[in-house]
Ligand binder design. Sequence first.
Ligand SMILES: O=C1O[C@H]([C@@H](O)CO)C(O)=C1O
Length: 610
Amino acid sequence: MAAAAATVEVTWDVEYILWAPDCQQRVMIGINGRFPGPNITARAGDVISVTMNNKMHTEGVVIHWHGIRQFGTPWADGTASISQCAVNPGETFIYKFVADKPGTYFYHGHFGMQRAAGLYGSLIVLDSPEQPEPFRHQYDDGGELPMMLLSDWWHQNVYAQAAGLDGKDRHFEWIGEPQTILINGRGQFECTLGPTRKSFEKLLNENVETCVDDQKMCSDQEKCLRRSECGPYCPRSQCAPVVFNVEQGKTYRLRIASTTSLSLLNVKIQGHKMTVVEADGNHVEPFVVDDIDIYSGESYSVLLKADQKPASYWISVGVRGRHPKTVPALAILSYGNGNAAAPSLQLPAGEPPVTPAWNDTQRSKAFTYSIRARKDTNQPPPAAADRQIFLLNTQNLMDGRYRWSINNVSLTLPATPYLGAFHHGLQDSAFDASGEPPAAFPEDYDVMRPPANNATTASDRVFRLRHGAVVDVVLQNANMLREEVSETHPWHLHGHDFWVLGYGDGRYDPAAHAAGLNAADPPLRNTAVVFPHGWTALRFVANNTGAWAFHCHIEPHLHMGMGVVFIEGEDRMHELDVPKDAMACGLVARTAATPLTPATPLPPSPAPAP
Ligand SMILES: O=C1O[C@H]([C@@H](O)CO)C(O)=C1O
């Protein structure tokens, strides 16, 4: 019998906190006094209601529920200037939405660079009788390990980072590589490897009882401070290594998600293989790997069989895709001796496994290309698209500032959120509605060379999609300003999953590549990577009325304009029940506005697709 949907209700205070995620104390954005924010667990179909109090004194805030599609509640997507107004200091906003699909998700700030300041946490949606997960019988009862949420951390605060990125000419400062990779918000800055192996062991054993479970925080901060070794401040509970406890012979489900600002990561568990079964809340045809690549914005579930001899094993999380200057993060997989009853945890024997070379792009491609929709639950895409949009990704200069551009247009966001503008019929004055951004780039653009014309423009124009339209997007990567460099970019779409129809090297050529795209079993995802100097082809159905961001999930790149906005079903916007609080800024606040009645009727919608 179907279980009745429940409401998962929480109240959060978002505030500045002093925290030592890698044993060095800094200011972060925390929730209810801690970092990372509290885990949310709901069942598919449940309503999640988060009462968010902005207790920060000097900045607004919004929270995005990454991977939740927000059908009917686009105002709860948590994107400042797109789906809502930033919530002012001292104010409260209630996010209320349906956990629409089982899977592995997370939440994070989506205003300025607040994600990089630590505003994130995990969101797990369990399966339900209506939406069962086909791989559920493949792991043991009680075999859900705590989720592994990966992130990266800089000692420079985000305000300095943002100011550096915005700097003109010589004042531009790139954020550089992170100081520490964090696992569930914990890392050990320069404290983990080689001669400091001892300090890792110490951190592990002195904290294992109070701090292994990330729900239980060490309350004895003073004690921690006195015993500091790794830096000026060392509340050890906050940077204790993470331990995953298993029992020999059992099979587990490990959820892994990445909310990094920048880093592309690889997870490898000493002596164990993993079977990939879920990606971004969608079923994947199971495949076995020694290690797993994960880009910012992505999530996976893997099955892990504890089939080795009882001992401790290293988990390494290393940087891929960019020349690493950050030591790999380490955690421990422990067979039964990591519980409170055991006196201490042994460090695993031998050295941590080495993750694949950062520049072995062929290996990354092989991993990504092998992800296919699960055969027995596959929902293939509609056969043809109504619209094609080509998005060329380039690094440019604009008035002496570094920017990222899409078809030579760098995204800037308006003061009035797009959703509010359309809901109230103010779109013609709230942003540049005189046209759409370009949907293609010149025939002769050479993606292997730095841009011939590196001057770009900024714009807040949007793509306006008819409700139900089938949309193809080809992400085209290109060379950066520097010769012979092109970086990997993970693109995330709000409000949807898309089918990943294919990838390729060089420039996408419809005549040569369209026929070879995968229409049979492309994976559904909400984030897809575009490899250096390559392309990625996606398809989605614009069946979700709202205003949706589509952007590079690398935080500084979005800050530098690397994204576009899709407006869907503008003729239906007036039907939405948008809370007043969501739009109390910009033109909506200043105009005695009435909800939109469609001025120019749009053509009828085609039959809905999945
Ligand atoms: O946007 C970026 O800027 C730097 C570099 O190109 C300029 O320092 C980098 O690696 C980026 O991804």
